[in-house]
Design a protein around this ligand. Sequence first.
Ligand code: F6P
Length: 326
Amino acid sequence: MNSIKKIAVFTSGGDAPGMNAAVRAVVRTAIYNNLQVGGIFRGYQGLIEGDIEALSARSVNQILQRGGTFLKSARSADFREKAGRERAYEKLKSNGIDAIVAIGGDGTFTGAHTFNKEFDFPIIGVPGTIDNDLVGTDYTIGFDTALNTVVDAVDKIRDTAASHNRLFFVEVMGRDAGFIAAHAGVASGALAVLIPEREMKIEQLVERLNEARRHNKSSSIVIVAEGGKSGNATEIARRVNELAPYYDTKVTILGHIQRGGSPSCFDRNLASRLGVAAVENLLQGKRDCMVGMINQKIVLTPFSDAISDKLTLDQELIRIADILSI
Ligand code: F6P
């Protein structure tokens, strides 16, 4: 017989649009299955401090369409220490919580995997990060919305870039992965995309810019992933200007605007499906793994694989970006 009577849910790491939709799905699926639900505020840090409240189906009204996370989020230094994890375990026991749904990215799942090993406590993960950098799902919750925000911003930058014949370097998030940069680069028609997964020397970039100039391109957009090997957008723009001072160069760092906003339809649906799957799989005895969606099917991946560095950006996307930038 299933021994889970009460679960808790939290969001952790960088917030991502669609996290609220995932929390809503977890809470309502749990209640649908006659479970009690606790909401842990501020991720692992809130767990350590016992910041937990009972949630009902009505507690998650009107959040499906809201960006951010009403449960708040945090990156907890205390949870990285054994003593912090012991306090977290005590809080779970004293609150009668039998299992957790953790919504977050690789840092969240690294913590969950360690916790599971130490205390044999059932945790299942839901991938929520704009970075899309997890093995075991085609897309993470928030990635689609963030991409649309980036593309919308680049479209606007292009208007002014074209009006002044300027070269814009647009820096996007993604930590040490280039998914946002590569997808946004193709979707916004960037001249070049600089990503951590592929080195492009400044000389190569200047050559590409010059080639475009010879083909009568009067303005250009270069998308720079924040974790790129050649440096950040400001640094790259400076080095390009040293070699090619004839470009009128500007830098835009999109920053945290990429994390905000109402989640797209895609992210709401993904979050809803993954939230339901997380609770149903917990009830079937699954733990220490992440639910993901691959080819439209729910797939479970052990945390240890989800957080591994096996994930690679589809090189085909880079090839397409290169072809279409001529
Ligand atoms: O992981 C999501 C993310 O937005 C990354 O793309 C970025 O590098 C990081 O979080 C920024 O973190 P913070 O909000 O703590 O500055």
